[in-house]
Design a protein around this ligand. Sequence first.
Ligand SMILES: [Zn+2]
Ligand SMILES: [Zn+2]
Length: 332
Amino acid sequence: MLAEHTEGLFCPAGGFHIDPWGAVERAVITHAHGDHARPGSRAYLCASPSKPLLERRLGSDATIESLPYGERLALGNISLSFHPAGHILGSAQVRIEGPQGVSVVSGDYKRASDPTCTLFEVVPCDTFVTESTFGLPIYRWDATETVITEILEWWEHNARHSMASLLFCYTIGKAQRLLAELARVTDRPVLVHGMMSASIEAYRSAGIPMLQTIPLIDQPRGTSFAGELVLAPLSARGTPWMRRLGDHSDAFASGLMRVRGVRRQRAYDRGFVISDHADWPAILQTITESGAGRVLATHGHAEPLAKFLAEQGYETGTIRTAWEGEAGSDEE
Ligand SMILES: [Zn+2]
Ligand SMILES: [Zn+2]
């Protein structure tokens, strides 16, 4: 039911590619991150809440259709539907039902609750294509509340020392999740790098409650940022923009911060382990709950995950992607 093409994963019966990296006739998109939604295809189809983010990424010329979660669309002799993946706003698993059974392509997903998107839905299937960005046993996430408390304490500690707190995070998804989670524990506004404003606005338009944000660029020269929390994309690190902050502590919020070597190598003052991807136990839980007998791993640590699953008796394989790992991939 699914074949690997040079442009990406292809469903011959339905005549569409899923998250192709090349230009195709019909692209079905799991979510609006740059490693899944590439420009140049003739027509796009996504889950309804993903559409505003996809329009922003692909531009107003792109032909984008959308389908509400759970609604079925007949294409050739298969039926296609989107189901919540819990990764970012509008993220979806693609369910394909045909004469050979049901296949589900997860896209990126997580199982932890997230106030910015619909909770992951378990979709029973015969073949499950799972992401494996953090598909190694070392990856285990703490409860989100614990990490949010750590961030708040870091911010308050820096404020007591008249320092700004500069928190790097991905522009789409992570930034909004942090702003929504922090809104549960504080009502202080947060300063944001200009590159984040548009995606934050897209989430606000979708009705997601988040802390008030202030574009840092609008602040007059000479403004002190002591005591403030500032969100910025990784690409701002080391740029002259940072000089405006004055004395500050920096941190990165990512699942990658679970790895001591990465923390040390990148030399952030702090690393907050919070990810929009499933950790190792969540990947295995999801595979079990799907009921699939055949599991294909993609996007990250596909080989070790497939090997582990083969040892557990699953029929397995890997699917190549043009993008590997979280680093850089979800960054604009
Ligand atoms: Zn993603
Ligand atoms: Zn991804």
